[in-house]
Design a binder for this molecule. Structure first.
Ligand code: SF4
Length: 399
């Protein structure tokens, strides 16, 4: 069944709301940020009006009172005013490992986006509660693979082949429903840190992969493995058979869901050319959610953790233009004052959904815990949890 209207995720429309030219992404009250016209989760007005420095004091005080009953996990793309409260920081892969390791904390507060909090819930114990400070912190890429559309795609494929012919593989940036579909059908999850390794495993099991939701990570990984572009097709959920013929599907090795990251697809080869023109010694490093031409033009590409490692270990005095999320680029620049580091895109845009975790939300959920109220718990239903855990554990065991 095809949906009659193309829906663009709200987060995709909001992407440019916080883009800046050269001004810093300064801390503001939440009320001021709402003036950009965004539609985030509502919370008591007192939190919206609290000044950034008072929020910081409130958060520190609540954390002190709660002690080790709470652990805060923070993604590298979080804004500075939030990541500074994280006990553990990482990319989605590292954070999934941390979530699985947290045996003692009663509450895991996830300063990231919705799919990451779902993953933490799936991998943590039944007694632990996972909290996402702002429920509207989703991911525009994950939103591009809606459950009904993916189930329709899978049904279409199962009319043309059997489950022994194709491995459903989801990028970590997908909903628990999609991870569950993978778990039920012999599939697996991957992250940008381990995509090649998981692709290798999948091709040892079956001839084809259905990869979703990020077409760019899928294509970049496959091309790196030597798969020809002629063997890669894209599945557009708004077209019959994804816009492909039966023959094209039969001849393909890789079927890519038509999804993308609105942050990483902003980078272009023109920006790379400009950076090289201005500084012939510049090193270009980008994330594999960028398009194939950008990845192929860069000097290095890899996951968020890989980018961090390369920059941290680079020689003093070297110059780096980075194609990834701006909060992380700014932080790398501050942490490596002996290197010249800047964002490949001169118009800097944070991940608009990560950006929705304003300190006011963190303060609100912590205060709730002090009153024994669990605000914004993320609880994956048992049947979805069971199969998503299978696909996630398959990935964790392969590492
Ligand atoms: S950077 Fe892109 S993929 Fe990552 S959470 Fe933001 S929108 Fe989603």
């Amino acid at each position: 069944m095809l949906r009659d209207k193309i829906k663009i995720p709200i987060s995709e429309l909001e992407q440019s709301a916080f883009c800046r030219n050269d001004e810093d992404l300064d801390s503001k009250t939440l009320e001021e940020e709402f003036n950009a016209g965004v539609r985030w989760q509502k919370l008591p007005i007192s939190y919206m009006r609290t000044a950034p420095e008072d929020l910081e004091a409130n958060i520190l005080s609540a954390r002190k009172k709660l002690g080790d009953r709470v652990v805060v996990l923070g993604h590298h793309y979080q804004r500075d005013e939030v990541i500074k409260f994280a006990d553990l920081k990482g990319d989605s892969f590292k954070l999934s490992q941390y979530a699985a390791e947290q045996k003692n904390a009663e509450y895991i507060i996830f300063c990231g986006v919705h799919f990451m909090a779902e993953t933490a819930d799936i991998l943590s114990s039944d007694e632990q509660k996972v909290i996402l400070p702002n429920l509207t912190a989703g991911c525009s890429m994950a939103d591009m693979a809606q459950t009904d559309d993916v189930l329709d795609c899978w049904d279409d494929l199962m009319e043309l082949m059997t489950v022994d012919d194709i491995t459903p593989m989801a990028y970590m940036n997908s909903t628990a429903d999609i991870k569950s579909l993978c778990g039920k059908n012999g599939g697996v999850i991957c992250t940008s840190s381990n995509a090649k390794q998981i692709f290798d495993w999948a091709y040892k099991q079956r001839d084809k992969i259905l990869f979703l939701p990020d077409q760019h990570l899928g294509r970049n990984t496959a091309v790196n493995m030597g798969i020809d572009l002629s063997e890669i097709i894209v599945w557009d959920p708004f077209k019959p058979l994804g816009g492909n013929t039966k023959e094209e599907i039969a001849n393909s090795k890789l079927i890519l869901w038509k999804g993308h990251c609105s942050v990483h697809t902003r980078f272009s080869t023109a920006q790379i050319d400009k950076a090289r023109e201005e500084d012939p010694d510049i090193n270009i490093i980008v994330h594999p959610e960028c398009t194939l031409d950008v990845v192929q033009s860069a000097d290095y590409y890899g996951s968020t953790e890989y980018i961090k490692k390369i920059i941290d270990e680079a020689e003093p005095g070297t110059s780096w233009a980075i194609g990834t999320e701006i909060s992380m680029v700014n932080r790398l620049s501050e942490e490596n004052p002996d290197k010249k580091i800047f964002c490949l895109d001169s118009i800097v845009c944070p991940c608009s959904t990560m950006y929705r975790i304003h300190p006011a939300y963190l303060s609100w959920v912590l205060d709730g815990l002090l009153e024994n109220k669990v605000i914004n718990q993320i609880k994956v239903p048992d049947n979805v949890r069971k199969y998503s855990k299978i696909s996630l554990n398959r990935m964790l065991e392969l590492n």
